[in-house]
Design a binder for this molecule. Structure first.
Ligand SMILES: Cc1ncc(COP(=O)(O)O)c(C=O)c1O
Length: 362
């Protein structure tokens, strides 16, 4: 059993570290360690005193308490700390999926959300994003597991309040098993913390992290929230993979979650300003057709004029301007570009000027 190539990764590896303007990644531009320590209110002395033993398999109690506090009614025993959300997803799929399972998810999607279930023999039901944010769509689908990624990557869409309430009611009444991937919850369209669908006692499980929203992807911390028996199996499975998370990462994660109110509003304003800036100029970018600003998270989906290869466009754009974007074909959808809004404001400004002036892109 082996998953196919992870389509976005080759391009990310080639370009993310040397792009002048990085609109290809789905995380906020990274902070330096000294900045992160400031945000987390951790001194060099605190850092020096971290015991370098293995953390508890499930994650330190203090960190699990901080994560549990993000979800109504969730207890620390229902939280498993993982190496990134990627590991949480990998574990959850192995524990949740029966043989020959049917898995429904919003399409297009972050590849791990369907590639791992596919590797495990699941049939994938693609729910097109144009209809996926209506509760009625999900009521017609019979699946063993529903995956709701919101705010969504790559389109940046989410549910209206009424559709959301109706969807949750349906999932609970019909006793459906659902995995909510809420990686971008710290960057809602409005307010400070986005909604959650997680409710472990109703089999509404969740994966999450703050690393992309806070600009600290190198910490590699994520989590899974589920009821205890599910979590126990996932924890045991994790013993064969990464086993524990570095105590340094755990300590930083705890500091960041505890002091998020001191830095998160600034990040949220910056991302919203980047989205606003892009929305005001995208019509002037060559060969673009439509763009709907993201309703949450860090990425949006820019449509190209028909017949254009997204890969050719993205390659030429990088070559001629240093602006890095991801082609839609990496999400198995031709004719689009995924645009990330986590870059520094001055670089986005200059990047968009260069992009606008670049005529030879197809
Ligand atoms: C929707 C979604 N889920 C999960 C992940 C995996 O995140 P991590 O880097 O925490 O493993 C990503 C990464 O881009 C993502 O976009």
């Amino acid at each position: 059993m082996e998953p196919r190539e992870f389509f976005i990764e080759d391009r990310l590896e080639r370009f993310r570290l040397n792009a002048f303007c990085n609109l290809g990644e789905s995380g906020l531009a990274h902070f330096l360690l000294e900045e992160v320590m400031d945000m987390a209110q951790i001194s060099w002395k605190d850092l020096a005193k971290i015991p370098m033993n293995d953390s508890p398999n499930q994650g330190s109690l203090a960190l699990r308490e901080a994560v549990a506090a993000l979800y109504p009614g969730v207890r620390p025993e229902q939280v498993l700390i993982t190496t990134g959300t990627g590991e949480a997803l990998y574990l959850a799929f192995h524990v949740a999926l029966p043989p020959k399972a049917k898995v429904a998810l919003i399409w297009p999607a972050f590849q791990a959300l369907y590639e791992i279930p596919k590797m495990l023999g699941a049939e994938i039901i693609q729910v097109p994003h144009e209809r996926a944010f209506l509760a009625s769509t999900w009521k017609e689908i019979q699946a063993d597991l529903y995956i709701i990624n919101q705010p969504h990557n790559p389109t940046g869409k989410t549910f209206s309040e009424s559709e959301w309430n109706s969807l949750l009611t349906h999932f609970k009444e019909e006793k459906k098993k659902v995995l909510f991937d809420e990686h971008y919850r710290f960057l809602p369209g409005a307010g400070s913390l986005g909604r959650t669908g997680v409710d472990p006692i109703h089999s509404l499980y969740g994966t999450g992290s703050f690393t992309k929203c806070f600009g600290v992807t190198g910490l590699r911390v994520g989590w899974l929230v589920a009821e205890e028996s599910f979590l126990k199996r996932a924890r045991s499975f994790k013993d064969y993979l990464t086993h524990t998370v570095s105590p340094i990462s755990e300590r930083m994660a705890l500091g960041l979650l505890k002091s998020k109110e001191s830095f998160l509003p600034k990040i949220q304003t910056r991302v919203r300003e980047n989205i606003r800036m892009f929305d005001s100029v995208w019509k002037e970018l060559p060969h673009t057709k439509s763009f709907t600003p993201p309703e949450g998270g860090l990425v949006g989906w820019l449509e190209l004029e028909s017949g254009i290869s997204s890969e050719v466009y993205a390659d030429k754009l990088f070559e001629k301007t240093g602006v890095f974007v991801l082609p839609g074909i990496n999400f198995e959808e031709e004719g689009y570009l995924r645009i990330g809004f986590g870059e520094r404001e001055d670089r986005i400004k200059e990047g968009l000027l260069r992009w606008r002036a670049c005529t030879d892109l197809i």
